[in-house]
Design a protein around this ligand. Sequence first.
Ligand code: SAM
Length: 238
Amino acid sequence: MWRASVLTLFPEMFPGPLGISLTGKALTSGIWSLDAHDIREHTTDKHRTVDDTPAGGGAGMVLKPDILARAIDAVADANASEIRPKLLMTPRGAPLTQARVSQLSAGPGVTIVCGRFEGIDERVIAARGLEEVSIGDYVLSGGEIAALALLDACVRLLPGVLGAAASAEDESFSHGLLEYPQYTRPQEFEGQAIPEILTSGDHGKVAAWRKAQAEALTRTRRPDLWAAYQARPKPQKG
Ligand code: SAM
């Protein structure tokens, strides 16, 4: 079973939307498990303090390293063969990609630390070997929504989560390209017809049209992905 442990000040935010639809069914059927832990449980003072003012001054509060380290240690993996990556959700992290999601979903699971306030004390990152991950170049008020996004992306790739008919194979990013446009009935919608080629029954032509569309979309919308796609190693012939 793929296991997710989340350290947060708001455990009630989990499973949240992950308890619904595909990810929710997979949770109930035991394809994956989720445990959310309250970082505050690891405080020792009467006020249950988790944060303090930033050293050097400035606005906001910082999550204390001792409390966070205790919370991380409490969910540490006992079995050496099942050690999960420990992720810290932070806008400073490496941008999350489908390639990293795919690696994470192929492993034993993840432990995720959710920041709040101005973030966490820098020293815990190295002390506990946290991998810093960002879900985009914008700032959320806490790591929980970022953790939910990462978990959703991982869980849908677990074997048995997407139905037989659905496949992650053709999706955006899976081959380094954005996905081609999709259509369904009715044949005509507000004066726009489905491109004729898609209803021609010629599978070769459909595949070629989709590839050309995916390439054109990627080239115009995501020059960064397009450059990486063009630079990819080409399959060897023979
Ligand atoms: N002061 C931090 C900075 O400027 O980098 C931002 C802190 S933010 C208000 C609070 C928490 O939300 C962060 O510690 C992190 O856990 C989470 N967070 C915010 N934006 C995120 C993003 N783009 N990706 C992942 N986590 C994010």
